[in-house]
Design a protein around this ligand. Structure first.
Ligand code: UD1
Ligand code: CA
Length: 481
């Protein structure tokens, strides 16, 4: 069957979400790197609707601003007071000119697990059955709070009754209204004009449209979702965490089916924007966020948090926090490394234990193995930076750059006081404070000469354990002569 393009999608996002107990509007809370409403918009966009309008109300400046960044083509309609879902859809249709020809799909902004293909199936059922309205329903274990789907003896849907307005018998029904509908646009507009507010909440219920259309002799239908978890609406932070886990499982599952090894899905968290190549491997306790990419055979974890970071083929990253970094193929990072923005590590390079890098580029095969800070630096190929070195990039006012050439060997405990340049093939002595450029191939020594004051301990610390140890050592040494 060909994909169905609805004339419009209306997203309801005007409610306050009081139960979130948050300064952030409910639909802006995030799971897996995207806001709740962002997930709904992504699913809705898969339908390729001709128009899309989001109904905003509570905290509408914040919500509108967010919409502008995630979906600039979405229109917004304002619902000044939250008089119910029917009223909200009316505001949405007004923004679209009042009368929409064709199919109008309505979704709520707080159902982040809803899939595009489920909406597609709803739209297809709607068209195939020639319905005036088709509601997406699901059988749920606990229907408390939801609108119930009332069917007649033949199984045809007759009405939706809100929990608060339902009789005991109706409350026993486990098939619920997901809040997602496909409507004939013109019939929807007509019916919305007839919705009354004589219910327990004194609101215009969108759900009443179904009964109104049926009574007027139009076809009313339902499409049952295969997985009831998909239509779960988020009302509080417990449900937010449940939805995050469900979505995370879904993302990991598709990664695993595409050839990624995830050792412990329960302790691995990824964003919707993360991408993998085959045979990438993720160890426990790892968060992969934003535009992070693991190339073929890359191995990450345990205990890493990578944000917008690209890990090259066959590279290995252990116990590391990285943000906007690029790790080259077969490079090695960690354990306990911190890669900050602008870090670019060449093929087979190494950033070892307790090393922090920022705006630093390491060429192929270059190593910074231990206890160092490399900030604002360019290091060529196959160089080795001695343990406990600091690229001194900040003079208290400005940042400066250090350049180290290829095939250099710098000693342990060096300070490279930027701006400074170390030429190709140069060496530096351990403990040096390098303040001047080092020409290629030379050895730079920048430290005090060592001086031994013999007998100092015997004179200045007589009787101490040190003095006795020294005396014993000299006795032994002088024993034969
Ligand atoms: C609604 C349905 C219920 C269904 C449930 C599914 C109605 C009357 N009830 O109930 O049958 O089982 O969703 O989750 O439709 N909104 C507005 N403006 C308003 C009121 C709501 O934009 O004036 C938005 C909310 O922001 C939310 C959505 O509509 O995204 C649903 O509203 P909510 O108050 O959560 O409805 P429920 O009582 O859950
Ligand atoms: Ca709700």
């Amino acid at each position: 069957m060909s994909a169905i393009r609805p004339a419009a999608v209306v997203v309801l996002a005007a409610g306050e979400g009081t139960r979130m107990k948050s300064a952030t509007p409910k639909v802006l809370h995030e799971i897996c790197g995207r806001s709740l409403v962002g997930h709904v918009l992504a699913a809705a966009r898969e339908l390729k609707p001709e128009q899309l309008v989001v109904v905003v109300g509570h905290a509408r400046e914040k919500v509108s601003e967010h919409l502008g960044s995630v979906d600039p083509n979405a229109r917004t309609a304002v619902q000044e007071t939250q008089n119910g879902t029917g009223h909200a859809v009316r505001m949405g249709l007004e923004e679209l000119g009042g009368n929409v020809e064709g199919t109008v799909v309505v979704v709520c902004g707080d159902t982040p697990l809803l899939r595009g293909r489920t909406l597609q199936a709803l739209a297809e059922t709607h068209r195939a059955d020639g319905n005036a309205v088709t509601v997406l329903t699901a059988e749920v274990p606990d229907a408390t709070g939801y609108g119930r789907i009332v069917r007649d003896d033949s199984g045809a849907v007759t009405a939706i009754v809100e929990h608060k307005d339902a009789s005991e018998t109706q409350r026993a029904i486990r098939e619920i209204n997901s809040g997602v509908f496909a409507f004939d646009g013109r019939l929807l507009a007509d019916a919305l004009g007839k919705v009354r507010t004589d219910n327990s909440q004194g609101e215009e219920y969108l759900t009443d449209v179904l009964g109104i259309l049926r009574e007027a002799g139009h076809r009313v239908g339902a499409s049952v979702a295969g997985d009831h978890r998909e239509i779960a609406g988020i009302n509080n932070r417990v449900q937010l965490a449940e939805a995050r886990r469900t979505l995370n499982e879904r993302l990991l599952e598709s990664a695993m089916l595409a050839g990624v090894t995830v050792v412990d899905p329960a302790s691995t968290w990824i964003d919707v924007t993360v991408t993998f190549e085959q045979d990438a491997l993720v160890h426990p306790g790892t968060q992969l966020l934003g535009a992070t990419h693991l190339a073929e055979g890359a191995e990450v974890g345990p205990n890493c948090r990578l944000t917008d970071t690209q890990v090259g083929a066959g590279a290995r990253v252990v116990n590391t926090v990285a943000d906007r970094a690029q790790v080259g193929p077969e490079a090695s990072v960690g354990p306990f490394a911190y890669l900050r923005p602008g870090t670019r590590l060449g093929r087979k390079s190494k950033v070892g234990t307790y090393v922090e890098t920022k705006n630093a580029s390491l060429g192929e095969g270059t190593k910074v193995p231990h206890l160092s800070y490399v900030g604002d630096a360019t290091i060529g190929e196959f160089s080795n930076i001695g343990a406990a070195s600091v690229f001194v990039n900040y003079d208290g006012q400005d940042k400066h750059h250090t350049t180290v050439g290829s095939h250099c060997r710098t000693g342990s405990d060096n300070m490279f006081v930027a701006p400074v340049t170390i030429g190709d093939g140069a060496y530096t002595a351990a403990g040096s404070v390098i303040t001047k450029d080092v020409p290629p191939g030379s050895l730079a020594v920048a430290r005090g000469q060592q001086r031994n004051i013999e007998g100092w301990v015997a004179r200045k610390r007589p009787g101490s354990a040190a003095a006795k140890a020294a005396e014993a050592a000299s006795g032994q040494g002088g024993g034969e002569g």
